[in-house]
Design a protein around this ligand. Structure first.
Ligand code: SF4
Ligand code: SF4
Ligand code: SF4
Length: 391
């Protein structure tokens, strides 16, 4: 029997599906299986829209449509969590499976804490995530640094520290470190993100630790996730094998080095922002461009219960709003910021909201020994280094 903490290499049994999808089609096969067998009523996923810079959410009820969901789409920066609360009634009357990045999962926990989603009805297939690139920045980076027409790019991926693009004439890559040194590459919140393997989900899936075979490394993180794996294996839709010890070692190394990198970005970003009065001055200067569109409020998983009318302290009708508007936003998010980057990504005035919120939240979280985006009442899977290999 599969149980929380178990790890496997997983691939679809269906050869056609395997040849079409990445990493052995494990995630799409598990989503399809959950839908076909009635474990869930629908699947929420991301689909490629007009091009690789256009990530679109899609709710699928027909298992045949699962093949249309996207593999990696690093130039799309959607956060799926608020879709559950804003458009899917918090999954109250619908059981939904979803393939989710770490920030999506953390966002769901923040919403659940506020009573805005029913986690029991959500089956979370977590996806390892090294980061994503803003669509506009991706176009600029591809034109400037790769000297390629952004519209000619058919596929992109981030692998082994490189950003790789594929066009009709071949594959081109550049080191992510070099790109980021010139302020290209991943979004700044993604550089600081430590949620690379989303173990708060029911399954954590990704390619780190897979050696020489087209498969997905899957870690069972909850009873629900373990049950899905067990049922899919018994039904013969997936095949599983135990990870090689070298694979486990490599996976651990990758995860640790990504954490170190995130820590060094935090130090760099927070140091540049400063503290005390100089930080507040930067915050006041930057937010003076605000046009009070409320996008940062609408997008934030920690502000799901907040309405524009709650901001009457910020001088109604006045643009830019009084600083009280931002002070109230910060106070309401407080230590709950999950660093998803939405308030910055979507801000029409390019205000680095996420950097400000994250810096305040990290200070508070360090003070209280708490981490946003987790349900502390849930049993946790042991950290990788304390875990024995599968029997
Ligand atoms: Fe991935 Fe973290 Fe960025 Fe979310 S915030 S896209 S989990 S790196
Ligand atoms: Fe102001 Fe930007 Fe928030 Fe809009 S998204 S209210 S412009 S800070
Ligand atoms: Fe995400 Fe911004 Fe809200 Fe933090 S404050 S959780 S970065 S939207």
């Amino acid at each position: 029997m599969c149980k929380p903490g178990d790890t496997f290499y997983v691939k679809a049994k269906d050869k056609e599906l395997r040849s079409r999808a990445e990493s052995g089609a494990a995630v799409s096969t598990l989503l399809k299986f959950a839908l076909e067998t009635g474990m869930v009523d629908a699947v929420l996923a991301v689909q490629k829209g007009a091009d690789i810079y256009d990530a679109r959410p899609v709710l699928i009820a027909n298992p045949a449509e699962i093949q249309e969901i996207s593999g990696s789409l690093h130039c799309g920066t959607l956060l799926l969590s608020r879709l559950f609360s804003s458009y899917l009634e918090g999954a109250e009357g619908l059981r939904i499976a979803a393939a989710l990045k770490g920030c999506d999962v953390m966002g769901l926990y923040e919403l659940a804490k506020r009573g805005d989603v029913k986690l029991d009805n959500i089956l979370m297939l977590g996806l390892n995530c090294g980061g994503s690139v803003s669509p506009e920045k991706a176009r600029e980076m591809i034109a400037e640094k790769f000297s390629i027409d952004p519209d000619s790019v058919k596929k992109e991926r981030i692998s082994k520290g490189k950003f790789i693009v594929e066009t009709a004439v071949g594959e081109f890559s550049l080191s992510m470190d070099e790109l980021e040194a010139e302020n290209y590459g991943r979004r700044s919140n993604c550089r600081r993100c430590k949620m690379k393997v989303p173990r708060q989900a029911d399954l954590a899936c990704g390619e780190w630790g897979v050696l020489g075979t087209k498969a997905t490394f899957v870690e069972a993180c909850s009873e629900k996730g373990a049950l899905l794996l067990e049922k899919a294996r018994a039904a013969g839709v997936i095949e599983t094998s135990l990870p090689a010890s070298k694979g486990l070692e490599i996976r651990e190394k990758i995860e640790k080095s990504m954490h170190r990198l995130a820590e060094s970005w935090r130090e760099k970003d927070f140091e540049a922002l400063g503290s005390g009065k100089s930080r507040m001055k930067q915050v006041i200067d930057e937010t003076s461009r605000c046009i009070k569109c409320y996008t940062c409020v609408d997008a934030c998983p920690a502000l799901s219960r907040i309405k524009p009318s709650d901001f009457s302290a910020g001088s109604p009708g006045k643009v830019p709003p009084a600083f009280a508007f931002h002070a109230l936003r910060y106070a309401l998010v407080a230590d709950s910021c999950i660093n998803c980057g939405q308030c910055e990504e979507l801000c029409p005035m390019d205000i680095p909201n996420s950097l400000f919120m994250h810096s305040f939240a990290v200070e508070l979280q360090e003070l209280y020994g708490y981490q946003a985006g987790q349900d502390l009442s849930l049993p946790k899977v042991a950290p990788l280094e304390n875990r024995s290999h599968n029997k």
